[in-house]
Design a protein around this ligand. Structure first.
Ligand code: NDP
Length: 294
């Protein structure tokens, strides 16, 4: 039997509708309109599309957004100055620096400069530390999207073996940090996993991945996960987004793996749409957190 597809588009639109209704409620109670500031440096076409989608998504749920578009030659210092202004702007609640930044900019220093209360990507060291300690302020958007799609399809993680391919600070590591917690706010059944993280130096990858109840691929290599790497009936989440010619594909060989896996996310239409939905959720949360300290 072919794998059941986990529909990220549908799940994301449910979450967006929930956020829209919470924003409406929040504003009715006198709360400020949540606002996201997006910073885009240079003219990378993919980044432009991502930022445009994020702005459109904000408008659809009743939030404000503003795009700060800077030339490719912008210096780290100039960017830090802009971030300082945004950190101090009481009408900006979430700040997003679109990655990747052009070569030559000090990405780490720039991300570290976003005020932790406005760090809706959850990249700031303080927010990473809080997540590791099991008391997150913001859940990182793509990993949160992965857990949301599993939870909304009722796929229990408690006691399961999850293998995460990739150890980046954006996807692999924060996802692993979320899955090993006792509860990240979705109930203990959607946490409490036993987690293995693999990376480019991992050996005997297929032997490890075949032990996974849930296999998450976040590598950036089309077709990396083949059918022989998947235990029959396992849940496979494909975070990868790779452009092959005109087509977008994930890290999973979709045709092969769909005949082995029990559940599978497609690319496009899987985890991608959830990332933006979780960004919206974090922007509302940021606005609510800041209202407490205003
Ligand atoms: P990075 O390039 O930062 O990290 C890739 C990771 O994969 C690294 O840890 C690397 O190991 C590991 N890796 C490389 N080759 C192998 C291999 N053969 N076997 C096992 N692990 C390997 O990528 P990101 O985490 O930023 O993104 C991963 C993918 O997810 C990309 O396709 C990206 O486009 C996509 N993505 C999708 C999002 C969405 O919204 N759906 C959001 C963010 C990313 P090492 O550390 O040793 O180098």
């Amino acid at each position: 039997m072919p794998a059941m597809l986990l529909d990220g588009k549908k799940t994301a639109s449910e979450i967006r509708a929930e956020v829209a209704s919470e924003v409406e409620q929040w504003k009715k109670q006198g709360g400020k309109t949540p606002k996201l500031a997006a910073v885009l440096v240079g003219d990378d076409p993919a980044s432009q599309v991502y930022v445009r989608n994020k702005e459109r998504a904000c408008a659809q749920v009743g939030m404000a957004s503003e795009l700060f578009r800077l030339p490719v030659a912008t210096s780290t210092e100039a960017l830090l100055e802009l971030l300082e202004q945004l950190n101090n702007d009481p009408y900006v609640h979430g700040i997003l620096v679109q990655l990747p930044l052009p070569y030559g900019l000090d990405t780490q220093r720039i991300l570290d400069a976003v005020a932790p209360n406005k760090d809706v990507d959850a990249f700031a060291p303080e927010n990473v530390g809080l997540l590791v300690q099991g008391r997150p302020r913001f859940l990182p958007c793509t990993p949160h999207g992965v857990v949301q799609i599993l939870a909304r399809y009722g796929i229990v993680l408690e006691g399961k073996h999850v293998v995460v391919l990739g150890r980046s600070d954006i996807v692999g590591k924060p996802l692993a940090n979320m899955l090993v917690q006792k509860d990240i706010g979705l109930g203990p059944q959607y946490a409490n996993a036993s987690v293995t993280i693999c990376h480019s130096k991992s050996q005997n990858l297929a032997a490890i991945t075949r032990t996974a109840d849930v296999l998450v691929a976040a590598v950036g290599k089309p077709g990396l996960v083949s059918a022989d790497m998947v235990r029959p009936g396992a849940v496979v989440i494909d975070v990868g987004i790779n452009r092959v010619g005109e087509k977008l594909v994930g890290d999973v060989d979709f045709d092969e793996v769909s005949s082995v896996a029990g559940h599978l996310t497609p690319v496009p239409g899987g985890v991608g749409p959830l990332t933006i939905a979780m960004l919206l959720r974090n922007t509302l949360l940021a606005c609510q957190i800041q209202a407490l300290v205003d």
